[in-house]
Design a protein around this ligand. Structure first.
Ligand code: ATP
Ligand code: TZE
Ligand code: MG
Length: 263
């Protein structure tokens, strides 16, 4: 628990620069969440600059929510630069399985540079592991428990950390399965909470080298802020606003009292 709190404190004291190549839907939400928790977001996707931006950033987030070929070119350049500069990198395979194009792009990104962390919902993780295809656009239709096998397979193949998000979050490596039972069903009623979770992993990777611990911390921060916002909210609109305030208010004391994890 103290290590989770330490990572939160480090985000606030160091304010890591988190480079996001993300989708049109969530850019604003994600940047605001990163600011609220204490990190420093930059959204940059032009191929003319992504290598420079990766080089000055503490971490890279690639989210393939709204793809097009130009963006894919930039994503591959950024991934290659992350590998070359040893910059930690988290990948969100949004909607993988919904189209052949998304699967092809996800594979190209992973072949270019193995992400330190992959974060997806249960359907995305199962599609990426080539086990089942249950993706409904960008939403999951299955429980996270049912994607543990797929996540374990991926984590072993890639020797990295895989996060399955949902009612219960699982953070999986070749030899560990951690689970987090915080959060609110309202989180699935706002677009881009998953994208925010991925960006939060980026913030934690920016200050913590242990990728499993960074991913656990990100999902604890999301879940506890979700619990806090839930207590104050009437529905999705007020939840979104309260979620930012909760990220901002989050303290080691609150984390210690509210966290529900086996990690
Ligand atoms: N029923 C729930 N109870 C508690 N927390 C939830 C629930 N559903 C989602 N969450 C939380 O919401 C966040 C987003 O997870 P989710 O699996 O919904 O992402 P996603 O499907 O990728 O979302 P999006 O594509 O809209 O960004 C995670 O932090 C997760 O823990
Ligand atoms: C709704 C939606 N469509 C493409 S990306 C996105 C944001 C949540 O993943
Ligand atoms: Mg998603």
């Amino acid at each position: 628990m103290s290590s989770i709190s330490e990572i939160l404190q480090k985000i606030r004291s160091k304010s890591p620069l988190v480079h996001n190549i993300t989708n049109y839907v969530v850019m604003n939400n994600t940047a605001n969440a990163l600011l609220a928790v204490g990190a420093s977001p930059v959204m940059a996707h032009a191929k003319e600059e992504v290598e420079d931006i990766v080089a000055i950033s503490s971490s890279l987030v690639i989210n393939m929510g709204t793809l097009s070929d130009k963006w894919v070119e930039s994503m591959l350049m950024a991934a290659a630069q992350a590998k070359a500069t040893n910059t930690p990198f988290v990948f969100d395979p949004v909607g993988v399985g919904a189209s052949a194009y998304r699967m092809e792009v996800a594979q190209k990104i992973i072949e270019t540079a193995i992400p330190n962390v992959i974060r997806g919902n249960a359907s995305e993780i199962m599609a990426l592991a080539k086990l089942t295809n249950s993706t409904k656009g960008v939403d999951s239709t299955i429980d996270t428990q049912d994607a543990i096998e797929g996540a374990s397979l991926l984590a072993k193949q890639l020797n990295n950390t895989v996060v399955i998000s949902g009612a219960i979050d699982y953070i999986i490596t070749a030899d560990t399965i951690s689970k987090i039972e915080n959060g609110s069903p309202l989180m699935a009623k706002i677009t881009g909470m998953g994208c925010t979770a991925t960006a939060m992993v980026g913030a934690c990777l920016g200050v913590e080298e242990n990728t499993h611990l960074a991913a656990v911390t990100a999902m604890v921060i999301m879940g506890v802020a979700g619990d806090m916002a839930n207590e104050k909210s009437a529905g999705p609109g007020s939840f979104q606003m309260n979620f930012y305030d909760s990220l901002y208010e989050l303290s080691p004391e609150v984390l210690a009292v509210k966290v529900k994890t086996n990690a």
